[in-house]
Each structure stands twice: as structure tokens, then as C-alpha cells.
Design a binder for this molecule. Structure first.
Ligand SMILES: Nc1ncnc2c1ncn2[C@@H]1O[C@H](COP(=O)(O)OP(=O)(O)O)[C@@H](O)[C@H]1O
Ligand SMILES: [Mg+2]
Length: 266
């Protein structure tokens, strides 16, 4: 059913070399509208490189990337963001002294070109749109289950809630595609389970399209509609969780007990 929807992202024969290191080889995949796609593979497989290519931080050595029908291969990070691709980073980036709501508002102002300093110093342009922006920011905080914490300084939040705030901020840029690079890194098991449920909800309720790197195989299998497995810079397998679980290539590459297997991915 997912496959009948419009293709949002098309990665076509993309390769990336760093000097003599081939980080990615002939990588091709599609993501369709409203899809929750997992990206898994061992350390060094090329997952973060894929994210850097999709967000315009790196340029491919070969191949092309199409997004929403446009060739975005040569887009800068800013242009890629404007085109509708938002990402979170493995290391949390937040304004610790600002409230959760203000942290989200910053993203909202970036999207509308009113900028960070206007947000903080309440310029005339800010005041004109403040009500609407606050309303929107509250909506994204609620979406990420942060309603009770909206007025807390970001630095007072638990690690898990800070990560949720980062996602709320990425959502506030109104992306068509959200890239989540190990969003549960450093979270405890309960926080991780809660986050995955929230991400699932955002996709279900708002039709968000998500590409997620997550090393816990059990979570990925539960969460994602489809999964891409990268190994040494190549797509080793792709398919539904069921197909990945039964893929001879995946089984061959990751021999071991199911438990050990789960830890082989990251
Ligand atoms: N900026 C870079 N410069 C040089 N080598 C890099 C760079 N980024 C990634 N690599 C190399 O590319 C390969 C893939 O890395 P990466 O995409 O970070 O893998 P993953 O996220 O799956 O662990 C690794 O061999 C890594 O050392
Ligand atoms: Mg990585």
C-alpha cells in the first residue's frame, strides 16, 4: 500500500569517496510519501554519509539525488533545508537557557527569516507574528509530548526530552522529509520506547516522511515500514521488516544468535 504513494526521495546510483576510502558505492533507494524508513548497518557502513549527502553537507562523488521531483544533488545545506529536508544530529544542539517553547520558536523564525536575534530580542517583526508562532510552537511541543515542559529551560530537561525537543524543532521547519540520526542514542530503554511510539504517532497523524538510523534491531523492526541495510557502503538488502528478517544476504552477513545479531547493527 505504501508503494502506491508518490516517491518523495530518489537516491540514484550515489557513490561517495573520501580520498581512497569508498564510503558509499552505487547506492540507490526511494522513499515514498508518508513512509517511515529505517537505515541500518554496522559501524562504518555509510549511514551518516547518506544523511550528510541528503542534507547537502556532502556532495556525492557520483550519482544523483532527487527530492520532490527536483534534482537536489548540488544543493547547499540551506537550500536543501528550504526544499523541505530537516535533520537532527547525533549530538544535541540546543539553547540551554531558553525555554523549550523558545527553542522551538527559534527554528520557526529561521524558517520565516526573522532570525535568532529577532526571536530573542522581540523585534517589531517578531511581535507581529508572535501569537501565531507561539501557537505553532505549542503544537509541535504537544506533538512530541512536551506540553508540560514548554516553559522549562531546555538544560533542565532529561536527555530523552531534550532529544524530543530537537525533533520538535526540526518539525517546526515544516519539513517534507525528516532525517533522524540515532535519535535514541544515550536514552534509557523506557525513553527509547516512548520516543519510538511518539515518532510512529507523528508519522501516522501527520503523514510525515521519516528516514531513521537506529541500532536497536527490535525497535527498527517494530517501527519502520521498510528498512535499508547498508554494509560496507553498499545496499545489502531492502524490504519490509519481515523481508529483512528473512533475507539470506542479511543472515549471511550477520551470522549469530538473534541477540548477537541485534547488537551487530548500529
Ligand atoms: N568526512 C569524512 N572523511 C573521511 N572519511 C569519512 C568521512 N565521513 C565518513 N568517512 C568514512 O566513511 C565510512 C562510512 O562512515 P559513516 O557514514 O560515518 O558510517 P556509519 O554512520 O554507518 O557508521 C567510514 O569508513 C568512515 O571512516
Ligand atoms: Mg553514523
Amino acid at each position: 500500500m505504501v508503494r502506491e504513494r508518490a516517491v518523495l526521495l530518489k537516491v540514484k546510483n550515489v557513490g561517495k569517496k573520501f580520498g581512497g576510502i569508498r564510503a558509499l558505492s552505487d547506492c540507490s533507494f526511494d522513499i515514498v510519501q508518508g513512509e517511515l524508513m529505517g537505515l541500518i548497518g554496522p559501524n562504518g557502513a555509510g549511514k551518516t554519509t547518506v544523511f550528510n549527502l541528503l542534507s547537502g553537507v556532502l556532495k556525492p562523488s557520483s550519482g544523483e539525488i532527487f527530492f520532490n521531483g527536483k534534482n537536489i544533488t548540488d544543493y547547499s545545506p540551506a537550500r536543501t533545508a528550504r526544499a523541505g529536508i530537516a535533520r537532527t544530529f547525533q549530538n544535541i544542539r540546543l539553547f540551554g537557557d531558553l525555554s523549550v517553547l523558545d527553542n522551538i520558536k527559534v527554528a520557526f523564525h529561521m524558517r520565516h527569516g526573522t532570525g535568532f536575534f529577532h526571536t530573542v530580542f522581540h523585534s517589531a517583526k517578531f511581535r507581529r507574528t508572535e501569537k501565531e508562532i507561539t501557537r505553532q510552537a505549542m503544537k509541535f511541543a504537544e506533538m512530541m509530548d512536551l506540553s508540560d515542559l514548554m516553559n522549562e529551560p531546555a538544560k533542565k530537561l532529561s536527555y530523552g526530552d531534550q532529544r524530543k525537543m530537537e525533533i520538535a524543532r526540526a518539525l517546526a521547519t515544516n519539513p517534507k522529509l525528516l532525517l533522524l540520526d540515532e535519535p535514541a542514542a544515550g536514552m534509557n530503554p523506557q525513553e527509547t520506547t516512548d520516543l519510538m511510539a511518539t515518532i510512529k504517532q507523528v508519522v501516522a497523524d501527520h503523514g510525515m516522511t521519516v528516514l531513521i538510523v537506529e541500532h536497536d534491531m527490535r525497535l527498527v523492526m517494530n517501527l519502520c515500514h521498510r528498512i535499508q541495510v547498508l554494509n560496507q557502503g553498499r545496499v545489502l538488502a531492502r524490504g519490509t521488516p519481515e523481508e529483512i528478517r528473512n533475507s539470506p544476504e542479511v543472515i549471511k552477513a550477520y551470522l549469530g544468535s538473534p541477540k548477537e545479531e541485534a547488537h551487530a547493527y548500529s
